[in-house]
Write a protein that binds this ligand. Structure first.
Ligand code: SF4
Length: 260
């Protein structure tokens, strides 16, 4: 089997460029943490600490301290200018997480809930972590946290596919017959959090499965097409931009020579 080490996941199935995924998974290129990823990581550490206090009933975790430790652990992996931006905005992320804790209207059961499953016909497992598995009015609820810079009115398609995969995983693991509730909670500096409710449908669940199936087929065929027309194909969003353009280019003369 080709690339047995590559597992399927929501982020891989939704990666905007298959070639970029190849550089990450096969080419072993380093993709440094940028400001956005870094802010997401420290926010994760903060709400996890806060939810742990609720789940255990003990105020054992300090949100700010957990976020400081998280910032310390990633600081050296950021380019200098991104690190400065993250350090300067740190207090606003702490305040946003602390504010979020005041809006919690659910019973948290698990954070960073790991799952691994293999669909029939797939040659590799699908794995992932759900941010929060919870209950509201005794009904199962999956929550995915998004750190955002401004409010949004509805969930992006990509976020919905993520929720649909998590719903499938939770239904299988817990023998649920109904599709669980799914929400994106947006944690936004200097703004109240936004709770986006998505009613997941069987079509959403099918599409989440289909994206994984197509990714599985592409990996099995070792097929990793470029996506140079995408707006994220830029030095800002692709750490291998120069390398990719060096690796994948042919001169006009070469192209003309291919025409019979
Ligand atoms: S430079 Fe563009 S085509 Fe190449 S890997 Fe990056 S995003 Fe994909």
């Amino acid at each position: 089997m080709i690339h047995p080490e590559i597992k399927l996941s929501h982020s891989s199935a939704n990666n905007f460029c298959a070639k970029q995924l190849w550089y990450k998974k096969v080419g072993n290129e380093k993709f440094p943490i940028n400001f956005y990823l870094g802010a997401g990581i420290i926010v994760d550490a903060g709400y996890e600490a806060g939810l742990k206090n609720i789940m255990t009933g003990i105020e054992g975790c300090n949100i700010r301290k957990s976020m400081e430790e998280s910032l310390e652990s990633i600081k050296n992996n950021l380019p200098y200018d991104e690190e400065i931006k993250l350090v300067e905005s740190f207090d606003s992320h702490v305040q946003a997480v602390e504010a979020y804790m005041g809006w919690i209207n659910y019973k948290p059961l698990e954070t960073q809930y790991f799952f691994s499953l293999t669909f029939e016909g797939h040659t590799r497992p699908t794995t992932g972590y759900m941010d929060i598995v919870a209950e509201r009015q005794n009904l199962p609820l999956i929550i995915d946290i998004k750190r955002q810079s401004k409010p949004a009115k509805k969930a992006k398609n990509d976020w919905i596919m993520q929720g649909a995969l998590y719903a499938l995983a939770l239904m299988k693991q817990r023998n649920l017959t109904e599709i669980p509730k799914f929400e994106n909670h947006l944690i936004i500096p200097d703004q109240p959090p936004v709770f986006l409710v998505t009613e997941l449908t069987p079509e959403h669940l099918y599409m989440a499965y289909k994206l994984l199936t197509e990714l599985n087929e592409r990996i099995d065929k070792d097929y990793w097409p470029l996506n140079r027309t995408h707006s994220f194909c830029s030095p800002m969003w692709c750490a291998v931009y120069d390398k990719c353009h060096y690796d994948h280019f042919e001169t006009v003369e070469k192209l003309l020579s291919k025409i019979s």
